[in-house]
Design a protein around this ligand. Structure first.
Ligand code: GZL
Length: 326
């Protein structure tokens, strides 16, 4: 994993022009405090590499980076520290949608604009940040579930019972809320679909492995795993291997996964995952551009969605994987 991070960081630095060149024309650096959720997944590592790569000195930024280790209290501490240090901008990747009102009021009182990246915060706080960039998580779920519905229809399996093991991301995270809503709406559309269990995998491989391993000891009658990120899919696959249950196209259990990091796409190409919903983590250049807009006195749009796809085996090739940035 450490090697992956280093390679990701190097790639981000090279791709964003931040590889050892001097500061342009000696301009004053824009000081940015970035509170990151943690390092819980390959997606998060790629997101961090992209942010660090874009918000670097060569691009005119001084970045104060904090890894909250998946604890909201650490994010609150980091934001208060950024306020103390009187940064020019605060960038927040909020671990969950609630709990931000007090600290964002403090940032507003200090006159420091807040930019959100990735997940969102509750709509009630919409006046406490300037702009957000990230994914439409419910649309990701709707896209991959539409693919599943078409697949089952084509295979004449549309009316067969479908018991679903739902491995959920961090409770209250926008990604969890959206992806879960898409599944629940799909289950409501199909009387022959049911959610056998919801496992709180917290977006980590280790937690997902433990939960799925223990669940399969009680119930093996599962036809689909709906996993809200790739790392939880990896953990589930380990548990399925140990239980002697096959998965992927033609296997006992279908797996739908979110993020579409390179390792997941490789497994999809190898026929181990049925579909991967893309969740693009490369927000660094997007956040840098939003800050530049604000530096020029322009107010960006409130919500900036990135466009994303669903990948299946027929979309993939070794060259396609090689060309992916993450
Ligand atoms: C989604 C992001 C989620 C990813 C996980 O944008 O918030 O958090 O899907 C990550 O991999 O941990």
């Amino acid at each position: 994993m450490k090697k992956t991070i280093a390679l990701l960081l190097l790639a981000a630095l090279l791709l964003t022009g931040c590889a050892g060149k001097g500061t342009p024309t000696g301009e004053k650096l824009i000081r940015v405090g970035f509170s990151q959720v943690g390092a819980e997944s390959d997606w998060r590592m790629a997101n961090t590499a992209s942010m660090i790569g874009a918000l670097c000195e060569e691009n005119g930024f001084e970045l104060l980076f904090d890894n909250a280790k998946q604890r909201q209290e650490n994010q609150l501490l980091a934001i208060r520290n950024f306020i103390q240090q009187d940064v020019d901008y605060i960038v927040l990747a909020p671990i969950a949608e609630s709990g931000w009102e007090d600290v964002l009021h403090e940032a507003a009182a200090a006159g420091i604009p807040v930019i959100l990246v990735d997940r969102q915060i509750a709509a009630a706080y919409k006046d406490l940040y300037v702009t957000w960039v990230g994914s439409d998580f419910q649309a990701e779920g709707e896209q991959i579930l539409r693919w599943l519905e078409e697949k089952l229809e084509q295979e004449g399996r549309a009316s067969e019972p479908l018991r679903i093991l739902h491995i959920q991301g961090t409770d209250g995270a926008t990604a969890q809320i959206g992806r879960t809503a898409a599944l629940n709406n799909a289950v409501a559309r199909h009387p022959n679909w049911s959610v056998a269990a919801v496992l709180p995998g917290e977006y980590t491989e280790a937690k997902s492995y433990e939960l799925v391993r223990d669940y399969l000891k009680e119930d093996r009658d599962i036809q689909l795993i709906y996993s809200e990120n790739d790392n939880m899919s990896f953990g589930a696959m380990r548990a399925l291997d140990e239980a002697g249950i096959s998965y992927g196209p033609g296997g006992d259990v279908m797996i739908l996964s979110f993020d579409a990091v390179r390792e997941a796409l490789r497994l999809c190409l190898d026929g181990k995952l049925d579909a991967c919903a893309e969740c693009n983590p490369l927000h660094g250049p997007r956040v840098a551009a939003l800050i530049r807009q604000m530096e020029e006195g322009r107010t960006p749009g409130k919500l900036n969605y990135v466009l994303e796809s669903v990948f299946t085996q027929s979309d993939l090739s070794p060259a396609f994987l090689e060309a992916r940035e993450y």
